[in-house]
Design a binder for this molecule. Sequence first.
Ligand code: GDP
Length: 511
Amino acid sequence: RQVIMNEDPRSLVKRPPVVTILGHVDHGKTTLLDAIRHSNVASGEAGGITQHIGAYQVEHHNQLITFLDTPGHAAFTAMRARGAQGADIVVLVVAANDGVMPQTREAIAHAKAARVPIIVALNKVDRPDSNPDFVKRQLAENGLVPDEWDGDTMIVPVSAKQKMGIEDLLEAILLVSDSMDIRANPNGKVLGTVIEAQVEKAKGVIATLLVQNGSLEMGDIIVAGTSMGRIRAMFDYRNRKLRKAGPSMPVLVMGLSDVPAAGDIFQVYKNDREARAVVEERKTQAQNRQAAVPKATLEQLFERYQAGETRELCLLLKADVQGSLEPIVSELKDLNKSEIKVTILQAEAGNVSENDVMLAAASKAIVLGFNVTADTAARRLAEAEGVSIRLYDIIYRLTEDIEKALKGMLEPEFKEVPLGKAEVLAVFNISKVGNIAGCRVTQGEVRRNGKARVLRAGKVIFEGDISSLKHERDDVREVRQGYDCGISFRNFDDMQAGDQIECYTIERFGS
Ligand code: GDP
């Protein structure tokens, strides 16, 4: 593992496994984390402060297990996007009455991309409508074949609500962790990952850190991201004051100058001067990065492949409907016969979301969209993380592009080009035609053959084609800033006064 790469193997000792819990909403992540916490955490004497620290440890058969107490994919991917290996093991919670759902599949993709083993907690088995066998078949279809069927995924039935099966789950975690090489040097270079951080009025910056190597001590000077400071107070998950914390220990610390981001890696430095130099250097780097956002383009990925830095081209695929995914995936798999390994991290129906971009950033993948759009947040994140999103509306163009990339002769990317914005002033219902939005163009221009996005209270409620554009009574091709127009959309007529319309086209970059 990356954090112990520079340590002498002889100095490495076993450390507790770090576990994160992922799963579909409402499948019981929070309840399970509570059940585990109450099973084995010795009730703590009230310590210096009462504060939720975002991670805890339990003891089972005299062995410690660290749980990250922030369920959800965001924390996990944020860490990976910044290069940190946040967890050693993923516990995937799947409700036995509901089965594999979209976020279950997403979690599987995240864990697989991070090469972190998955243990399934088959939750809610107390429910009369639970159907464990059905869910096991679903899991097997998604690449998690139960060990009882000769696969290598442990599936542990639990009821988080009734606190049943928790011991079995802890047992399974220790079994899996024993088969891995989970070690660190408690006397080595001190580093780890920021789990969460915030600023509080009376206390200043409060950060939860996961120590991953070495031992963090009171008074140490640390740098996390571009934040630095001397540790002036340190607490464990029971809010007890600590002087020293070794590998896999989550600790709450005070003393940082600014709020670091979840997933930032922290390190201890000898003195203030060294730490300050590192921070300055990083700030300059960040500024330079913003000036020239690095793009994980197909070309660059290909170059990295040729340079031997990567053996695979990772793709994340989104399409309008499940039915379009199949032919694309099968065509891409055909390409796999070339020398480069094409790995499809995830193939799903739906628009490109922030989560997709996170996953792509963490895995150095590119996002391919077929008949979909990328929402605003996703595009912003892609920009910041240097992830390339390529949108297509013809399948063969998509596969052709990948094929060309594999041959190292790629055409320029497709880009969304903004045309203009309009605001809906009123909506008119015209018999036989439907709803027409009476708009004022507030920026640029709106084009009849352009694509449009309708936003309400900042949220995208429609993306698609404009079906008619009128100025006064005439059909027109474009309407410019300052003028009024009537707009109708293909397959959408739920416009309201106050809606914002963004008009754009999709063009080949450079054309
Ligand atoms: P999360 O969104 O994954 O964190 O799910 P929660 O932990 O909030 O649980 C969602 C709902 O499922 C809550 O109403 C829980 O009480 C319920 N729930 C969680 N675990 C179980 C269980 O083992 N059995 C039953 N019957 N209900 C459960």
